[in-house]
Structures are given as structure tokens and as C-alpha cells.
Design a protein around this ligand. Sequence first.
Ligand code: ATR
Length: 279
Amino acid sequence: MRNNIGVIGHPINHSLSPVFQQAALDYLGNNNVFEKWDIHPEKLEEKIKSFRNESFIALCVTLPHKQNVIPLIDELSDSAKAIGAVNWIYNKNNKLVGDNTDSTGFIRSLSERYKFVIKDKSALVFGAGGAARAIIYGLIQSKISRIVVSNRNFEKAKFISNELSNSKIKIEPIIFDRDSLANYAPYADIIINTTSLGMSGGPAPMASPISSDLISSNTFGYDIVYSPTITPFIKQFENSGAKYGTGLSMLLYQGVEGIEKALNVKAPVNVMQKALDAL
Ligand code: ATR
């Protein structure tokens, strides 16, 4: 099997990346096969070593390896450093360089796909895990003016808020209950779910962190959960007559950014989108 480009995770069968990345490679006339490697955490170091060769191009990294690859590679981009997670590794002059395109992918899906302008807006973010870090970092880079974070474990909301706040923006942690949300949610320009609530196969597949009565029709909703496409969270936005974006767009655009940086080309976004739509 070739060892040039692909995705690594455990498990990996569910990964949609090979589908739309292969479509991109084919369109670009690149002869490589976008591989899928199921690598147990104990075998991660050995596998990463195997990419230290000239023909290696790039690697998309998914759960549970996004943090564990960091000590095994040579350099990190600013976003990977700030977020503390890597979802792409590129071969740059025989060095393994880690990058995080989850944040830029999220931002590009908002601006390019949904024409949502983030600058000077206010956001309510549900969740305080690794995915929330990428989203919050992206919002800050895009000059949002206010961020409120709500998480079941309030200590984690406080921690992430402190850590990602800077001189320009002070992130506000709030309690994850109805009364607290009622003071913020109806006034937010965008509400983003980064928790696993509503994810099929997750801990609470039928649940949404917010109900439609707290959602204004002027608020944009975005769920990073993409299975199912229309999550319980998104249904609350539909019920409120609000606009929304679905997580498949973030998945697509993290891959668009990744392949563009890996190959130094413009990615065929429409071709990749079509491959995803055909699933
Ligand atoms: P990831 O790195 O993908 O963000 P994670 O670190 O496990 O994953 O975070 C999952 C998020 O979903 C957390 O914010 C978690 O809240 P807690 O910090 O309170 O655990 C949230 N989450 C998971 N199940 C939840 C539930 N039943 N109700 C509310 N929030 C939940």
C-alpha cells in the first residue's frame, strides 16, 4: 500500500474524507489514492515515523490522535499551537508540519457557503472541549466582538474562557441552564453547538442544548455535528424560522484548506461538495 496521502484515526471506517478528497485528487489529475488508516494509539508513533520519507505528501488526522501526534512531529502552525490540536500534517521540505484547519474550515464554511459575516458579531458557543477551542479560535481570528460560552461543566467553561481571552476580547462563561441562556441566546447573532448532543451514536442523540423559544429568527445557528445532517439543534432553528448551517460544510472546508495547503493548489470545492452530496 502506498504511504503518500490519506487519513488516520481509530476507528476510521466512518470517515468521509477519502470520498471527497479522492474526488479532488482525480479532478486535479493527481494519481495518488487517498488512503484510510485505522491506527491504534499504541501504533501511532510507528505509523507517523513511516511518513518520514520523500514521497509523503500529507495526512489528515482525526480522533483520537489530534493531540497525540503533536510530540511526534517537527513543527506546528500558529492555529495548531493555539488550539493544541492537529488535524493535518504536511511534508514541508522533509519536515512534518502540523496544522489545524478545523477553525479555518469552520470560518470558510460560514463565509463562503453561508455568506455569514463574523466581524463585529456576537456568538454563543455550547461546549468547552477540543472542538470548542477550534471554533472559538476561528471566531476570534475573524474579529468577532463578543463570545459567550455555555457548558454543562461550568469549570471547563471558565477554563477555556480564561485561556482563549486576549486583550481584544474577554470571553464570558455562563451556566448551562434555561434561566442563564434566556439572558443571552435571544440576542446572539450566531449560536454554535460544539457538544456531542444530537450526534447519532453519541451519549444523547435526541437532545439539543437549546430550544426554539429561546432562539430569535434573526440568529444564525450552526451545528458542528454532521450525523445526522439535520440535528435536534438545527431543528430548533428551523422551528424558529432562523437560518442555519450544517456540520458537513465544516468537514468539507477543513478538507478544502488541508488539500490546498498540502498540494499548493486551489481546491475544486464544487467537485468535493458533489462527492459528499452523492453519499
Ligand atoms: P470534543 O473534543 O469533540 O469537543 P469533548 O472534549 O469530549 O469532545 O467535549 C464534548 C462536549 O460535549 C463537552 O463540552 C461536554 O460537556 P462537559 O464538559 O460538561 O462534559 C459536552 N456534552 C457531552 N454530553 C453532554 C450532555 N449530555 N449534556 C451537555 N453537554 C454534553
